[in-house]
Write a protein that binds this ligand. Structure first.
Ligand SMILES: Cc1ncc(COP(=O)(O)O)c(C=O)c1O
Length: 362
């Protein structure tokens, strides 16, 4: 039997290859590879799509956070509250600025930050809260925004999720090739309704300059390049259909009874399923059976960020974030991509069923 990958990005863009090739040729003929017409047009189109006033394309999602923190003058002596159950770049960016990542626990039901723990960890040094809309599920933005501290949204995994990028002072995205909106390499974006802040991000990403003649800040060389912007403009036109497709695949897993075997990600209308991350105390047995059957699976953040070697200097101890550490031991994702065939999903569920036994959670 054929293998089932975790995601199939190629299946997503395959029907678009003629259009992508035409765009590539057009850019080759234009000969403008940095800050060309597609770069500016994509910024406008992404801002309009997300319902914000400004978007700035940068080289990747990590730079998006670092440059945004720099634009906000967050650095040594400042604290930024973030989850430890997220990709390393969230906290790395804070530490890269010389600020302190202060880790909070998650709500195990949603895997997003626990608002009560966030509230408890706010101090006079807290300059920002940085929730992550994990795996495509929006963090509890209304509750976070009501805590009286500026919120920066790490939306790397949630491009197009309803309600995201509305209540924070700014949001950051990654276009890494597995994301909901992806490019064919690295890319990132900072968005905001604060035009002055976005203008500063725009300058910082361009050596702190408007024209590369006069330099107002010590900045970065971090731009979304023209080829990626050109491809992203095409992909953006398909994002709604892709995100709908992700929700359909997620709903089908529930219909097929996967929820009787393992704990499924809790659904809500805003969830756009960047990944389909389940939980089970038997995850290792399930994953072994999936591998045996030629079905890919993955686990996330098995060493949560508060226990990563590079961040040990912060002095966080094992046991300090119990929900995070527990979910790190139990989570695993099964294949999901827009348009994933029903038969492939049936096979996944069949293999999980055989691994855990019928009605294991009953
Ligand atoms: C939550 C989160 N933040 C930040 C990033 C960093 O993005 P990039 O890989 O584009 O630097 C990623 C993705 O990789 C991510 O998942």
């Amino acid at each position: 039997m054929s293998q089932i990958p975790l995601i199939d990005v190629k299946a997503q863009y395959a029907p678009l290859i003629p259009e992508l090739e035409a765009r590539f040729r057009e850019i080759l003929e234009g000969g403008q590879f940095i800050r060309g017409p597609h770069y500016w047009a994509f910024q406008e189109e992404a801002a309009a799509y997300l319902g914000v006033s400004k978007a700035v394309g940068v080289a990747n999602g990590t730079d998006a956070i670092v440059i945004l923190l720099d634009a906000l003058e967050i650095g040594p002596g400042d604290e930024v509250i973030c989850p430890a159950f997220t990709f390393y770049a969230t906290a790395e960016s804070i530490a890269r600025r010389g600020a302190t990542p202060v880790f909070v626990d998650i709500d195990p039901a949603t895997m997003n930050v626990d608002v009560e723990d966030v509230a408890a960890k706010i101090t006079s040094r807290t300059r920002a809260l940085m929730p992550v809309h994990l795996f495509g599920r929006p963090a509890p933005m209304k509750e976070l925004a009501s805590l009286g501290v500026p919120v920066i949204e790490d939306a790397a995994q949630a491009f197009g999720a309803p309600g995201v990028a509305q209540l924070g002072i700014a949001s950051t995205y990654s276009f890494f090739p597995t994301k909901n909106l992806f490019c064919l390499g690295d890319g990132g974006l900072v968005v905001s309704n604060d035009d002055e802040l976005a203008d500063r991000v725009q300058m910082l990403s361009f050596h702190g300059s408007r024209d590369k003649t006069e330099f107002d800040f010590v900045g970065y060389n971090s731009r979304l390049d023209e080829l990626q912007a050109g491809m992203l403009r095409i992909f953006l036109g398909h994002l709604d259909e892709w995100n709908r497709g992700r929700r359909e695949v997620a709903a089908r897993y529930a219909e097929l009874g996967l929820g009787e075997l393992v704990e499924l990600p809790q659904d809500e209308p805003g969830h756009i399923y960047h990944l389909f991350v389940c939980r089970s105390p038997e995850r290792d047995r399930i994953r072994a059976a999936l591998t045996e059957a030629g079905i890919a699976s993955a686990v996330y953040y098995t060493t949560p960020l508060h226990l990563q070697p590079a961040l040990r200097f912060l002095g966080n101890e094992p046991g300090s974030l119990p929900n995070t550490e527990h979910v790190a031991e139990e989570n695993f994702s099964v294949p999901l991509w827009p348009g994933m065939p029903a038969e492939a999903q049936e096979r996944v569920v069949e293999v999980v069923r055989s691994a855990v036994g019928v009605g294991a959670r009953a």
